[in-house]
Design a protein around this ligand. Sequence first.
Ligand code: NOJ
Ligand code: NOJ
Ligand code: CA
Length: 720
Amino acid sequence: MSRRSWRLAALLTASLAVTTVGPAGVARADAPVTNRASLKSDLCYQIATDRFFDGNTGNNNPAKSPGLYDASKSNWKLYWGGDFAGIQQKLDYLQGLGVTSIWISPHVDNIDVAATYGGVPNAGYHGYWTRDFKKTEEHFGTLAEFDALIAAAHSRGIKVIMDWAPNHTSPADESNSGFAENGRLYDNGTLMGGLTGDTNGYFHHNGGITDYNDRYQSQYKNLADLADLNQQHPTIDSYLKTSADYWMNRGVDGVRVDAVKHMTSGWQRSMTDRFLTNKDSFLFGEWYLGSKTDPLYDDNVRFANESGISVLDFYLNISMRETFGSNVSMHNLDAAISKTATDYRYPENLVTFVDNHDMSRFLTLNNNQNRLHQALAFMMTVRGTPCVYYGTEQYLHNNTAGGGDPYNRPMMPGFNTGTTAYQMINKLSTLRQNQPALSWGTHQSRWINNDVYVYERRYFNDVVLTAINKGGSAVSLTGLNTALPAGTYTDQLTGLMGAGGITVGSGTGGNNPVTPFSLGAGQVGVWSYKAAEPSAPTVGSVGPTLTRPGHKITVEGRGFGATGTVKVNGVNATTVSWSPNRVVATVPAGVTAGLRPVTVTTSGGTSNAYQVQVVGGAQIPVKFTVNNASPTGWGDNIYLSGSIHELGNWSSSKSVAIGPMLAPNYPNWNTVVSLPACSTVQFKFLKITSGGAVTWENGANKSYTVPCSGTGSSTTNWQY
Ligand code: NOJ
Ligand code: NOJ
Ligand code: CA
């Protein structure tokens, strides 16, 4: 909606201004790296802390958890020495690469005694086997070393993103005592409980997931054999949220949430609201998609659109690996960009990646460095927040057993700043930080065949044109049009990928002819135009996208000048800070819950609108159960709908009502939804058949008063 209106405005404005503004770049007044609430202008770098750099050999074999370190680096499932101090010592290298945010492995205390699989000891070197969410992992360093890493990163304008895995603790099995830690959870050193003998109900006890496409199993059974936490238990809810506060208060800037497919959306929205109450920041989740036709793809879209947590862009990841790794047509990428732009509310917040710690590295897939360069150039010039997996710039890969986990996590081989990949990433990161077209712009295909893709990103008058030829022969680009104003443009990659400059003539309607040129085999070129600061305001980004009265939002764009007003749904917000490209404001009281427009008004005019989701108050996770529900056939589902935004405003549409609910004990159904603390809501359950027919339960509306803290639950019978 608003996205479309500013796209239209961009087209109109660009066509008017195109001949009157010269191609001189204007630097933005303040560096975007200081905006925690959005990573759209950032380059993120994913670090497996244990495998990056050993900066302190004193913590390699700690007394607390001896024997989990392998100095020979032959057991890939033990610690190899990397730590917080090591990352800190390599910040110059990362800064030179153009990194503005680092996503580090979960840094919290992991199991002290190895889990043994097939006689091989496995440590939590990856960080996903938590023991205590309130302490640092001793192999990675002390709390002081963690603090020092954050301070050093911040002094370079680099944000620190923590990996947060509240779905589970560690390997455990009620019928197998071989797991020494038994999934035990500690609160800052004090034992809370383990999986066996869990009289408090801190964990789910439903066995392991056998069908990853089953919503109930995915959320309520163990992911592999990881002890599954019961987030609705008030003690666990409070413990996880208090732990989150603790790390945010130590300076963490953003959060990657592990395994979001395996927890309820309702609890996760309440967790997000808690994170955002503490600090405005950006959250993105790992919703693993097994393929582009994953049966839960739509659930993943809805999660990204409504939970306040964006997602890692598995759909584009699969598409990039197909096109650059396995020689599928460029049309495949174009289709992926179009589909995701339609499905996701905030496609520019999707976190893009070529590979990560859960899949083979790109060079294992296709041992062709030039193809890797093409994939990276694509990722850094299309919509989204690009994230580079550590070592990619050193061409790191190990092909053992197909190169998947754990062979995709080798030790960083060195820190050579001279590789083509390092140089290219640096140039594109610098461009991203200064070019709104890359952070916030629209996407338009300008020239395409199986091997060549030329596309344009555009934010009002700012334009970036990228051309990639993955084929084995040169292609003559004739009939190519662009919104770049008439003039000559040098390649932003300075010829690193073989391309030269281009010449653009004058045309009409934003279609200026590019003088035909030949794009050689494997070449990539990037040409950029940044307009002078406009006199009227335009908004490119607002974050966080989940907010409520009293919370801060950061509005980014151009032409904000020295002063003005931010409005949320037409209500004036209090300004916290104002600069020409970024305003921080507080969402005013009186903004009602719903999808609401944010605008900037200055003496130059009023901007386009950017929609954010406003919720009605602090979010409390409430589990609703309806027993003995209306008989359902195959493919029919029960949903919940009610009187407020968080309950779908009485909608009976599958995409707005809460659900589909889960039926582990058919005909009883349940779902978790987050609702405003202390509020009283009206609700009812409804059946939606596979064909879309809607049947509401009979009788009066039901009423529920949400607790003012903790978690809530409501159990009623279907009203016949
Ligand atoms: C997804 C993580 O990325 C993966 O590495 C981990 O093993 C599982 N979640 C469980 O935490
Ligand atoms: C595959 C499952 O489908 C996914 O949901 C899960 O996160 C990963 N395995 C864990 O590695
Ligand atoms: Ca070490």
